[in-house]
Design a protein around this ligand. Structure first.
Ligand code: ZN
Length: 176
């Protein structure tokens, strides 16, 4: 899952508007950003999933993001929400891909990437749900602003592009 994580982060913001939105968006996507970082740093090795999407790195990222959230807001519930958003990354990826668990443990997932239409429907639903929740946090005049809808459409477009790129890369070397 790609843009769907952003949708989840946007939705989570509606439950705790005192949390910085940027932190929720980072928390939602951090395993994929780490993946990209590993990929750029060392293209020939990999896959790097166990270092970015395994239970241990996800738990570590959840704790670090929660500590940062607490340092910024002094809000325990908010910090827990941030930790849950990091954990949600693994949960959402379980549906769309196949992900590691612990070192030496099984690799699990429903791999909906193999069914691009189902994948796009699921991811778009996540994006729309998160966007609808986020939209409720905006002041009334901004809710129907073009940019508000542009955010939704760009996320959906990004998702379709990412899905297409992934589908094309399956035939080649998709180590990252
Ligand atoms: Zn991921």
């Amino acid at each position: 899952m790609y843009a769907g994580h952003v949708g989840f982060g946007l939705g989570a913001y509606s439950f705790r508007k005192t949390l910085p939105l940027w932190l929720l968006l980072i928390a939602a996507q951090i395993p994929d950003w780490l993946d990209a970082g590993f990929c750029v740093a060392d293209m020939d090795r990999g896959p790097f999933g166990i270092y970015t999407h395994g239970f241990i790195p996800i738990a570590a990222a959840a704790v670090l993001c929660a500590i940062l959230a607490y340092a910024l807001t002094r809000d325990v519930t908010g910090a827990l929400i941030v930790a849950l958003v990091v954990a949600s990354h693994w949960g959402l990826d379980y549906f769309t891909g196949i992900k590691p668990t612990w070192p030496g443990g099984p690799i699990v997932g429903m791999n909906l990437y193999a069914h691009p239409v189902v994948d796009v429907v699921l991811e778009s639903a996540t994006i729309v749900a998160g966007w609808l929740l986020y939209r409720r946090t905006l002041p009334e005049p901004v809710r129907d602003h073009g940019w508000t809808y542009a955010t939704l459409f760009s996320l959906c477009a990004l998702q379709v592009l990412a899905g297409a790129a992934f589908a094309l890369s399956i035939g080649g070397h998709a180590k990252c």
